[in-house]
Design a protein around this ligand. Structure first.
Ligand code: G3P
Length: 228
């Protein structure tokens, strides 16, 4: 399962990138608004930092298919080849996905704002590369977000649709783990939730114990590099 950072805060991205096995960055209009900076200023900085080969997902804001496709054109021209344009799946979005796939067979398309399996199925048939179910937001509706992602994965398999899932909207490690266990293609996760994947008091205590025991034997500050 690929792991992407769901944020536009360049400092947070720079902090996580060298530590975690990260495959790219995703944003949406609300995330860009939270950065407080002009969209292409922050997106160009993210692209320069993550490099040309990493995935960058950027959402359209236009509300008609025509306006969405104009957004797609600008996004691609500004941010390079490995940029996925995120298109929300309502009727305008479906039309935009279908037209974009026909006009540009190699375009990278992420169908987003997925709350139901049928949205994902239709987007995949229309030509999306990824569909992005909102795990925690689905949970908040009283439905089951991880189960929805699994149903979508099964629908793609049963129907031979070459579309991946980019699960989004996570609030805890359990949601991420369940989807990794099921072989979901990708998850985009906010920085605090990514850090929480390995934040564990038992792990910290175990490592402290190892250091304490070793230093009792060899002296403070000694490691395997300079032990006798
Ligand atoms: O892009 C969709 C995803 O970022 C939503 O996450 O945390 O706002 O539910 P959240």
């Amino acid at each position: 399962m690929k792991i992407l950072i769901d944020d536009a805060n360049i400092e947070a991205i720079k902090k996580l990138y060298p530590v975690f096995p990260i495959d790219g960055v995703t944003t949406n209009p609300s995330i860009l608004a939270k950065s407080g900076r002009q969209p292409y200023d922050v997106l160009r900085e993210i692209r320069a930092f993550i490099g040309a080969d990493a995935e960058l997902h950027v959402q359209v804001v236009g509300r008609t298919a025509d306006a969405m496709l104009e957004d797609v054109e600008r996004i691609h021209s500004e941010l390079g080849a490995n940029t996925y344009t995120k298109i929300p799946v309502n009727t305008a979005g479906l039309e935009a996905i279908k037209r974009l796939r026909k006009a540009q067979p190699s375009a990278h398309i992420t169908a987003t704002a997925i709350y139901t399996p049928m949205q994902a199925f239709l987007a995949a048939k229309a030509g999306a590369d990824y569909t992005a179910p909102y795990i925690n937001r689905i949970d908040n509706l009283g439905a089951d977000g991880t189960q929805t992602a699994k149903i979508i994965q099964d629908m793609f398999t049963q129907n031979g649709l070459p579309c991946q899932i980019l699960a989004a909207s996570f609030k805890n490690s359990q949601q991420v783990q369940e989807l990794a266990q099921y072989g979901i293609g990708a998850a985009t996760i906010a920085p605090a939730v990514i850090e929480g994947l390995v934040k564990n008091a038992s792990v910290a205590a175990a490592i402290d114990d190892f250091t304490h025991d070793f230093e009792a034997l060899c002296g403070a500050g000694v490691t395997m590099k300079n032990a006798k």
